[in-house]
Design a protein around this ligand. Structure first.
Ligand code: SF4
Length: 100
């Protein structure tokens, strides 16, 4: 019969494998991003590549992201340091990083 510590180690190993798989998938996507031209162009990624959406994801939205450059008013579209085009303060993308 297995003891609880062995079970915890098995779960941790599985969790680690999932994280490693996610990392490998992220690294594998880099050539596609470079091929899309964003790296050589304006230095910003296309919205589609970054899975940008005009609505928040949970409690995450552009107005609370460190990459967001606000527009003229709190509700006006602004810009982003890493995603091209007009950016809604209520938008979101996979590059979201919360302001501290
Ligand atoms: Fe919004 Fe993404 Fe830019 Fe952050 S990185 S401001 S979430 S578009």
């Amino acid at each position: 019969m297995k003891t609880k510590p062995a079970l915890d180690a098995k779960i941790s190993r599985r969790s680690l494998l999932v994280k490693v798989a996610a990392l490998v998938a992220s690294v594998a996507a880099i050539p596609a991003l470079v091929k899309s031209g964003y790296a050589q162009a304006a230095g910003k990624a296309p919205k589609a590549t970054m899975q940008y959406q005009d609505k928040p994801k949970g409690d995450q939205q552009c107005s609370t992201c460190i990459q967001f450059i606000p527009g003229a008013t709190p509700t006006a579209n602004g810009t982003c340091k890493v995603v091209e085009g007009a950016i809604s303060p209520k938008g979101w993308c996979v590059a979201y990083v919360a302001k501290k």
